[in-house]
Design a protein. Structure first.
Length: 366
């Protein structure tokens, strides 16, 4: 035994251990065995590991950072593992898939149209792409978010993108939460148009309430990137696959909005929830929508039903979106007449064609 152990470079103790195993188990005992310890002093307790996996199952789109934030409420931060450990637990359980590495581009992010520095400074509104629910009905989800707090203020399953439905849902939100200062949207109907100021009847109504419509640049959805990201999450958690009916889809939207606002931590909010940041506006919805007011240096005209107004013994066309509204006409030293609706300058009256041209087409500076 001494000579054999010396030949293989092992101690006699190890040699006798191998002989003992061989006597009990046969040739299989000679295979290499793991040298890993049976117990790890820093191993995550089974109860916490189970809690992590249960939360992940309840929230399949949440990552380790959000899961840890939720678990802190019941376990406390001191008892929880690190984020890398949670990632390892999720990977070992097979509930995550590695992301493909994206090539870094040189695209520069666009600055926001207006920075949101507090709740209700800017609301964003959009339609998520339509889809059909289980019974074949078309669903056009209308979503309204507060840009600063990320709060989901309205998430409604509509059956078609109608102006009247959008205005009604905004009225409900304004009565409950008050008025924002700005409403950000893309340029598509019913939010924007190719007419003067990009305004539709919805935008004109907002102006009368003291809410100024804002539009992203065409082809630049990144200017409303937070809302686009919200739609991606909404689709993953409520419409993949769609529910059986519009009513069932709305119930899914309601559950998602509650969780999104009250439970889901947001990294951009310091892992707080939107409900911890958002507060209703101090600007109440008026009982009667006020008319626009203009200074003494304006001539005020009422737009006719056909979208035109009377000016210097002739008709000047503005657009049907302005029908019934009061507009102000301001005479400039250059001799041109500028048309305003509330705080928005629509353009300049072109004397020859009797139309209103945007400032950029007249050569004048604002």
């Amino acid at each position: 035994m001494v000579q054999l152990c010396a030949e293989f470079g092992i101690s006699r103790k190890t040699g006798y251990k191998i002989l003992h195993r061989y006597a009990e188990e046969g040739p299989s005992a000679l295979s290499d065995r793991s040298t890993a310890p049976h117990r790890h002093p820093n191993q995550t307790p089974a109860a916490i590991e189970g809690a992590i996996l249960r939360e992940r199952k309840a929230h399949p789109t949440w990552g380790s950072k959000k899961l840890l934030r939720i678990l802190e409420r019941s376990w406390g931060a001191d008892d929880l593992p690190s984020r890398s450990t949670v990632d390892a637990i999720l990977k070992r359980a097979g509930v995550v898939t590695p992301r493909r590495k994206r090539r870094r581009g040189t695209l520069q992010r666009e600055r926001p149209v207006v920075p949101a520095l507090r709740p209700n400074e800017v609301w964003s509104i959009d339609y998520k792409g339509w889809f059909r629910v289980g019974n074949g009905t078309r669903c056009d989800p209308l979503t309204v978010n507060d840009v600063y707090s990320r709060a989901s203020l309205e998430c409604r399953a509509l059956v078609s993108p109608k102006l009247e439905d959008v205005q009604y849902r905004l009225e409900v939100a304004f009565c409950e939460l008050g008025l924002p200062r700005y409403m950000l949207s893309d340029n598509g109907p019913p939010f924007g148009s190719r007419g003067l100021g990009g305004l539709t009847r919805l935008g004109v109504w907002l102006l009368r309430l003291g809410v100024e419509p804002l539009f992203i640049q065409p082809g630049h959805p990144e200017q409303n990137g937070r809302h686009e990201r919200f739609h991606k999450t909404l689709k993953a958690e409520t419409a993949s696959p769609p529910r059986a009916s519009i009513r069932a889809q709305q119930a899914a939207f309601d559950r998602f909005a509650r969780e999104y606002n009250e439970e889901r931590p947001h990294e951009s909010l310091g892992l707080r929830t939107p409900s911890e940041v958002y507060a209703p506006s101090e600007r109440d919805m008026p009982y009667d929508v006020p008319e626009h007011e203009y200074g003494d240096d304006f001539e005020v005209r009422r737009v006719r039903r056909d979208g035109s107004l009377k000016w210097k013994a002739s008709n000047v066309f503005l657009g049907e979106a302005f029908a019934g509204e009061l507009v102000g006409i301001e005479a400039k030293e250059s001799g041109h007449s500028h048309v305003h609706i509330g705080p928005v300058e629509l353009g300049v009256i072109h004397e020859r064609s009797r139309t209103v041209l945007p400032l950029g087409l007249t050569g004048e500076q604002e």
